[in-house]
Design a protein around this ligand. Structure first.
Ligand code: UGA
Length: 472
């Protein structure tokens, strides 16, 4: 698919999760020879059949091309993959521990495996998001273990002339900035490539690996590269929580967040991205990474006040919908509420930390009947929130509803006809949790419209929506 400039390299990617699978597929499409190593047998079966276990636009097609021209393969055999590899990418999960810290067990297991199996020089590229200092610790851990194998490695003839085992495994931290739903675009056209390394050899290899990508490269040390990843996600989350608080303030002061955000975004220093007010951020990254950064700060004895507020505001924002509903239709027991969009954002089936989970659970707790629809994520949500009824279409979901809450801005919801919506409902309230619908048309059709921070429509009394909400 892509024009390649650098030398083709042998690459082993460990972990066929979101980052590993998309990165491996794109690197293979650049002409490198890629083996994705995955432990989960069921996932491997799916991949071997040419199917993608996640919903990511374009991925299945690109993977099919790579498999066809044999630049990509899947395996459970790490030892065999390491026999060939020039570069090894670590793309295993670092989920949140109960205390918010990143759970590094998978990184440790992989590091130990590599240290045990390595028989040729590699550049080890850590892609997983890890706390500041982790890559240094991984390097120490592997080098110590390789040191214990130095006689064996000398006998194999792979020890460098210097005798330094460090040169057998150069550890680099290279953060990933892809967005779910836009992963291929972000991988091929990133805003920047950040490479954390002090090694010229590793840097040269990575430049070769990414030769097809036209993006600025920032070379720094490993700790700064790790910090850049957390800081970027935390700053984007800050923009969202800020604009959400501003939207809440607009509701009680009669301003309109759409115009406010547009006016702010016209200042290039602020920028017009990530100023979309709504029901809060979700996903596998912002919630996890903000909490992990707070934990890093806490451990270092630093109080990261802004970030604490960002997380707190987001939790409240997800629950705000409940208070708005209560304020506008009264007691929710026995009402029928339709949730449109359950994924944490459009173009994905991912529901991790999605606002829909909190909203659905809270509504069920209040005694409402909750019916949800999502083009991709409905089954995932039904598994997470058993009490929810899943509809096969948006039209079916809104049938007889007292209120509709749009939680994810899937394109198909923008096409819904306001008159049809009104005629199918029992009630007349529509909460546009992403500010994407046309309020005037909805109001003309006889609906009561409530956007987030919008001046248009019926705002009801939302001065203190947190009051009385079970889990606010
Ligand atoms: C995010 C970052 O955007 C990526 O750069 C990063 O690589 C990734 O995390 C990661 O660390 O792996 P992602 O979680 O896929 O990507 O999704 P985003 O498109 O950033 O959206 C995150 C959440 O913020 C969504 O729930 C979205 O609805 C919400 N959002 C986004 C807003 O509420 N308002 C906005 O203006 C923008």
């Amino acid at each position: 698919m892509h024009e390649r400039n650098g030398n083709p390299l042998n690459i082993c990617v460990i972990g066929a999760g979101y980052v590993g699978l998309t990165t491996g597929t794109v690197l293979a499409s650049f002409g490198h020879s890629v083996t994705v190593v995955e432990k989960d047998a069921a996932k491997l079966d799916v991949l071997a059949a040419g199917k993608v276990p996640i919903f990511e636009p374009g991925l299945e097609e690109l993977m099919a091309e790579d498999l066809e021209n044999e630049s990509l393969r899947f395996s459970s055999d790490l030892a065999a993959a390491l026999e060939e590899a020039d570069a090894v990418f670590v793309a295993v999960g670092t989920p949140s521990s109960p205390d918010g810290s990143a759970d590094l067990r998978a990184v440790d297991v992989v590091s130990d495996e590599i240290a045990r199996l390595l028989r040729r020089p590699i550049v080890l590229v850590i892609k997983s998001t890890v706390p500041i200092g982790t890559s240094d610790a991984v390097a120490d851990r592997i080098h110590e273990a390789l040191g214990r194998r130095s006689d064996e490695l000398a006998a194999l003839g792979v020890l460098p002339a210097s005798g330094r085992v460090e040169e057998l495994c150069e550890v680099v931290f290279c953060p990933e900035f892809l967005r779910e739903g836009k992963a291929l675009l972000d991988l091929v056209h990133p805003h920047r490539i950040v490479i954390g390394t002090g090694s010229t050899k590793a840097l040269d290899l990575l430049k070769d690996l990414f030769a097809s990508i036209d993006a600025p490269i920032l070379v720094t040390d490993r700790r700064s590269a790790e910090a850049i990843k957390y800081a970027s996600n935390a700053f984007l989350a800050t923009k969202i929580s800020f604009v959400n608080e501003m939207a809440n303030l607009c509701e009680v002061t009669g301003a309109d967040i759409i115009d406010v955000a547009t006016g702010m975004g016209m200042d290039e220093r602020i920028g017009d991205k990530f100023l979309q007010a709504g029901v809060g951020y979700g996903g596998s990254c912002f919630p996890k990474d903000t909490k992990a950064l707070l934990h890093i700060a806490d451990t270092a004895g630093y109080k990261f006040s802004i970030l604490e507020a960002v997380v707190d505001v987001n939790e409240r924002q997800k629950r705000r919908v409940i208070a708005i509903l209560r304020n506008m239709i009264g007691d929710l027991a026995g009402t029928k509420i339709a949730l449109l969009g359950l994924a944490f954002k459009p173009e994905t089936d991912d529901i991790r930390e999605a606002p829909s989970i909190v909203v659905a659970k809270e509504l069920l707790h209040e005694g409402a009947d909750v019916i949800g629809y999502d083009p991709q994520a409905a089954q995932n949500l039904a598994n997470e929130v058993p009490g929810i009824v899943i509809a096969g279409s948006a039209e079916e979901a809104i049938e007889g509803a007292d209120a509709i809450v749009l939680l994810t801005e899937w394109e198909e919801f923008l096409q819904l006809d306001p008159v049809t919506i009104r005629s199918r409902m029992r009630g007349d309230l529509l909460i546009d949790g992403r500010n994407v619908l046309d309020p005037e048309r909805l109001i003309q059709a006889g609906l009561r419209y409530h956007g987030i921070g919008r001046r248009i429509g019926d705002l009801g009394d939302v001065r203190d929506p947190g009051e009385g909400c079970e889990s606010c």
